[in-house]
Design a protein around this ligand. Structure first.
Ligand code: ADP
Ligand code: MG
Length: 228
């Protein structure tokens, strides 16, 4: 569960306009939440508070039972293992193959070779990239690259997947492929937080939509009718 209680974030000196202004929010495990809002609204800031890339100026954050006020620096790697992230720019390692890109994310947290050989093909299958293990990022479409990035972030089996404008650089067809992968991951039990500018994706997904404007939540709506 994700819980934010009157969370504000002011960048720079006190008295600056808050990027987030007393946001309160509750996300249940396994929910799929879309966060929308104009550029500068505060969407990425909200996500950065959850990954602890930024600290709130005030307010309380609890994620999966972890109270961020009590978080020590040494707990952050553990936290980041529970929260996978995907961004607009895919941040793949250009000189590594698809397989190696995903494997690397596991190697750096000390996962053994045996488990890597088992896990990487499984997650590449989930994102629809079976058979492309040996490709280099350059040899993939944008949508495929983003799906490698997703495979990499789910390889560590996070409880929460944060996707900040993952379709921002993709044409509609590839964007929808990426969104379908996020839905699949959600159906396997991972909480997904997605920010997007793409109204068509929002309409098609029929999931909860939170709208942020000027650092405030201005609406939080369930879109009914989702049938899987
Ligand atoms: P969004 O993701 O919705 O476009 P952001 O969360 O990136 O919005 O930004 C919200 C506001 O905070 C904007 O006014 C932006 O300029 C400001 N901001 C974001 N990051 C920083 C930063 N590191 N330093 C100062 N201001 C920032
Ligand atoms: Mg942003």
């Amino acid at each position: 569960m994700i819980l934010l209680d009157r969370v504000s974030k002011v960048y720079g000196k006190k008295g600056n306009t808050p990027a987030l202004d007393r946001i309160s929010l509750h996300v249940e495990p396994k929910e799929f939440v879309i966060v929308v809002g104009q550029s500068g609204a505060g969407k990425s800031t909200l996500l950065k508070l959850l990954t602890r890339e930024e600290k709130p100026s005030s307010g309380k954050i609890i994620v999966g039972g972890i109270d961020y006020d009590k978080l020590k620096d040494k707990d952050i790697p553990y936290l980041r293992r529970r929260i996978g992230t995907v961004f607009q720019d895919f941040k793949l390692l250009p000189n590594k193959t698809v397989f190696e890109n995903v494997a690397f994310a596991l190697e750096i947290v000390g996962v053994g070779n045996h488990e890597i050989k088992h896990t990487v093909p499984r997650v590449l299958d989930i994102v629809g990239l079976k058979g492309k293990e040996k490709r280099m990022p350059m040899e993939l479409s944008g949508g495929e690259r983003q799906r490698v990035a997703i495979a990499r972030s789910i390889a560590r089996q996070p409880k929460i997947l944060i996707a900040d404008e993952p379709t921002g650089n993709l044409d509609p067809k590839h964007a929808w492929d990426v969104v379908k992968v996020l839905e699949k991951i959600n159906q396997y039990g991972t909480t997904v937080l997605l920010t997007t500018h793409n109204q068509e994706i929002v309409n098609k997904l029929k999931r909860r939509v939170i709208t942020i404007s000027g650092g405030k939540i201005v609406s939080d709506k369930a879109q009914g009718g989702y049938k899987g």
